[in-house]
Design a protein around this ligand. Structure first.
Ligand code: TRP
Length: 470
């Protein structure tokens, strides 16, 4: 008990090395956001215009905000609201700024709840491919002799089964809770250090395979042709939201991980590595998925089902398809787990430090809450499909529980959290304190300050306004 019993500082853990921090942070960033949400959002928002604006957002807004967040965490060495409070205190600024991180912790909890629902779908497809491999053996494509329509029916079949969806959601959440309960070095770091390298190996193998066998042309044209007329306010807001979601920003996740970083870690450099790896994986995932979408004649705007509907069709055509399909979904599972762990860690760290309870107890409390909300999200594809919790707001008209939580967090909580973070780091916090932490110098440092003080908050405010009112 002593380790966690005496508040924020006494039980505070650290990453065991700089590379452990990088792997954990990349693990947090790279996840379903890249493999599942990015292609779905790109498809729903018209392709190229979305993708290029997304890259613009990552570089100009995501990266500076990412550095701001890890910096706050590292200075504070505590859960996110407490870290903001410490930076404020050390800058003689009002401690009330910590509310920006309190909102974030709550938003991370909301994201966790529906993230584990999608994690459950991944588990389902692992089961589908594992049993297929078992039945048909190694050679040949997946689902041998089965009609493509049967394969297309897998996803609607799963969506229609409320109790299965809830069970899968709980299973994924339970695995996440197991690792968070074990703590920073033996739980969170363990998943990152073992699973992230495995993820990258399998991911590269599959993308290279796809590059040689798939038809890249249509996908490249779709994803990278910039059509200015398609860049509406709504598309821009979706792109910013996706950039934040993918980089785990705006909701205290990266502050929480920064708090476990040592003084000698160069945060500027680390942020660059995280953003670079994350963006590369998202673009490659798009290039892996869209060739199949076009080849199979699927709708690009299929939404959340896109990855799950398109890829199994491709695996049917491939030699060793069931094995590759299984490897693919196991890989997505690893990536999702290293992200869900970070989503659970932010509210859990706050809970056990704030209420001075043991980490496993806090994990169970937060997990139980996420289980309830998650069940509502899982059921919004079937029994609760007609339930539109915020239907009275135009942006969320005819939006089910799952999509409401997703939209609310990405399009509202994250941009607002990021605006407040920029104002806090750029204008409120003591400039010397900030400069000591960021690991940048020269022109890069000047650029970062301009971005954080002016560009990010203004651009974000404009996009938020245009996106919400158009
Ligand atoms: N970035 C993760 C992904 O792309 C999701 C995620 C993990 C996240 N932690 C977060 C999103 C914190 C927002 C905040 O899958």
């Amino acid at each position: 008990m002593a380790a966690v019993g005496s508040g924020a500082r006494a039980g505070h853990e650290n990453w065991s090395s700089r590379s452990a921090f990088i792997l954990a942070a990349v693990g947090s960033a790279v996840g379903l956001g890249n493999m599942w949400r990015f292609p779905a959002e790109a498809g729903e928002n018209g392709g190229g215009a979305f993708v290029l604006f997304y890259i613009f957002c990552v570089l100009l807004i995501g990266l500076p905000v990412l550095l701001s967040e890890v910096l706050i965490g590292r200075h504070g060495q505590a859960n996110a609201p407490e870290s903001v409070r410490k930076v404020a205190r050390d800058s003689n600024a009002p401690e009330g700024w910590s509310v920006l991180a309190s909102i974030g912790v709550f938003a991370a909890f909301l994201i966790l709840s529906f993230y584990c629902v999608v994690g459950g779908w991944v588990v389902y497809y692992i089961g589908v491919f594992a049993s297929d491999l078992f039945q048909t053996g190694l050679a040949g494509g997946a689902f041998e002799g089965r009609n493509p329509d049967d394969i297309k029916a897998l996803m609607p079949g799963l969506f229609g089964d409320g109790s299965l969806m809830v069970a899968l959601n709980l299973g994924f959440l339970a695995v996440t809770m197991f690792f968070v309960a074990r703590g920073v070095s033996s739980g969170i770091e363990w998943v990152a250090v073992y699973l992230m390298p495995l993820f990258f190996i399998i991911f590269l193998a599959i993308t290279i395979y796809g590059a040689f066998t798939g038809n890249f042309g249509d996908a490249v044209a779709y994803l990278f042709t910039f059509d200015f007329s398609k860049l509406t306010g709504e598309v821009m807001l979706a792109a910013v939201g996706q950039a934040f979601f993918s980089l785990s920003l705006g909701v205290a996740g990266m502050m929480t991980y920064g708090a476990y970083a040592n003084r000698d870690t160069n945060l500027g450099e680390t942020s660059g590595i995280i953003a670079g790896a994350d963006t590369m994986v998202a673009l490659l995932a798009g290039l892996a998925i869209f060739p199949i979408v076009f080849a199979a004649g699927l709708a690009t705007n299929a939404g959340p089902g896109l990855m799950f509907e398109s890829l199994p069709l491709a695996f049917q055509q491939m030699p060793f398809g069931s094995l590759i399909g299984l490897a693919f979904f196991v890989m997505v599972f690893f990536a999702a787990l290293t992200s869900s762990v970070s989503l659970l860690e932010a509210p859990t760290a706050w809970t056990f430090e704030k209420f001075k309870i043991a980490r496993p107890v806090a994990t169970i409390i937060v997990g139980a809450g996420a289980a309830v909300l998650g069940a509502l999200s899982a059921l919004s594809f079937n029994d609760l499909a007609e339930f539109y919790p915020l239907g009275f707001i135009p942006l969320f008209a005819e939006t089910n529980f799952f999509d409401t939580l997703d939209g609310l967090t990405a399009k509202l909580f994250m941009p607002i959290g990021a605006i407040l973070t920029c104002i806090f780091v750029g204008w409120i916090a003591d400039a010397r304190l900030i400069d000591n932490e960021n690991g940048l110098d020269g022109a890069l440092h000047k650029l970062w300050r301009v971005l954080v003080r002016f560009v990010c908050p203004i651009v974000l405010a404009v996009i938020l306004f245009v996106g919400l009112t158009s």
